[in-house]
Design a protein around this ligand. Structure first.
Ligand SMILES: Cc1ncc(COP(=O)(O)O)c(C=O)c1O
Length: 377
């Protein structure tokens, strides 16, 4: 048996013909920047998230960075203001904050959901904090009622890092109804990096928001700070979602629900079969809910992680670690002030991501789970 952690050829194989046709459409259109490929996708992603506006940009990092830059230009945040962010996220969440001149303040996650909670946000509050960035890590929606209450009561901006959770949906207790990931905060950043549940064939990202002023500012900042040709109001950047990537994403968008449902089935299979005292499984969402779209299926191995990783490798199964070193321990964040972050630091030593691709059969997931169960016997 040989199972890669994720095989991108297999991810895209079912759509090869459609992708090729879409590529030809863009190539023969002669329009390689902007245009209807991009704005068509913007409308679909906005509708999926349940918001009014979407702006295609070059990556997930740019999406989050541009939101931060826009709030600074709009005067809603000022250089040096603090933004609460989970300590166990990918470094891009931190970089987006820092690169806009703001200060990331890492918050320790809950060890069970591996996401931050309203309680932890409340403990980390100070007058310098102006925003919170819940990260829907591994595809699991990260907000809770308390977080939303604090954000609203304290006037914090809530900027969702939705890089890993497009299509996830959950209710917020105390608020009426349920919300799609990307649709509850003041704004959200989405990534279309190829490994994402909706992945391009290259880089791509999008900002989604209900705030027209913010959307206009992001659009301008992403276009050299200009909304009128050769008139530059702000010191912007160049960050575009290419039409060729928008066309690839438009093909794959139709299948996103199906992809997320298949990943849920694989997660359920792992959950029902894995039974090894060395392995702590992730919590399953409530039956019938899509509060996790399983961008990763991440187990914790408090003892012998390297050994189980090697055991799986010997049996032909590749795993990955998301993430082996939290951002606050990276050299680029040396000197960053923060509280003790024991959970994030422990998780970095314990987490292990099993293969989870929509192309995998349930039999294969069952087989991988069986191999895990044989470890340590
Ligand atoms: C949680 C999180 N935030 C932000 C990003 C940045 O996205 P991109 O790689 O598209 O810049 C990623 C992607 O890897 C991510 O996983």
């Amino acid at each position: 048996m040989k199972v890669e952690h994720l095989n991108l050829m297999e991810v895209n194989k079912p759509y090869f013909d459609e992708l090729a046709q879409a590529a030809v459409r863009v190539i023969t259109s002669g329009r390689y920047i902007g245009g209807c490929e991009v704005c068509g996708l913007e409308q679909k992603i906005a509708a999926l998230c349940g918001v009014a506006h979407a702006v295609g940009v070059a990556s997930g990092l740019d999406a989050l960075r541009l939101v931060m830059m826009a709030y600074v230009e709009m005067g809603l945040m000022h250089k040096g203001d603090e933004v609460l962010v989970p300590a166990n996220t990918y470094v891009a969440s931190f970089l987006a904050i820092s690169q806009a001149g703001l200060m990331p303040v890492p918050v320790d996650p809950d060890p069970v959901t591996m996401n931050i909670t309203g309680k932890a946000v409340s403990r980390a509050m100070s007058s310098r904090v102006k925003a919170v960035m819940p990260v829907h890590l591994y595809g699991r929606v990260a907000w809770d009622g308390e977080m939303v209450r604090i954000a609203r009561n304290e006037g914090l901006l809530m900027i969702e890092d939705c890089a890993q959770a497009l299509g996830a949906r959950s209710t917020v207790e105390g608020l009426y109804g349920s919300f799609n990931a990307g649709g509850l905060g003041n704004a959200a950043g989405i990534s279309f990096y190829p490994t994402k549940n909706l992945g391009a064939l290259g880089d791509g990202g999008m900002v989604v928001t209900n705030d027209k002023q913010l959307a206009d500012m992001v659009r301008s900042l992403a276009n050299y700070g200009s909304s009128r040709r050769y008139h530059n109001e702000y010191m912007g950047i160049n960050s575009r979602l290419d039409p060729i990537q928008a066309a690839m994403l438009d093909v794959k968008f139709k299948y996103l629900d199906e992809v997320n449902a298949k990943r849920m089935d694989i997660a359920r299979m792992y959950d029902s079969v894995i039974d090894n005292p060395y392995v702590i499984k992730p919590v399953m969402p409530k039956p019938g809910s899509m509060e996790c779209v399983w961008h990763q299926y991440v187990v914790r191995v408090p003892k012998l992680r390297n050994e189980i990783l090697s055991f799986l490798k010997t049996h032909g199964v590749d795993t990955d670690i998301h993430y082996p070193c939290p951002p606050h321990m990276q050299p680029c964040y040396e000197g960053l002030k923060h509280e003790a972050l024991p959970v994030a630091e422990l998780l970095a030593e314990e987490v292990l991501s099993l293969p989870i691709g929509q192309y995998m059969s349930l039999d294969l997931a069952n087989e991988i789970a069986d191999i895990i169960n044989r470890f340590g016997q």
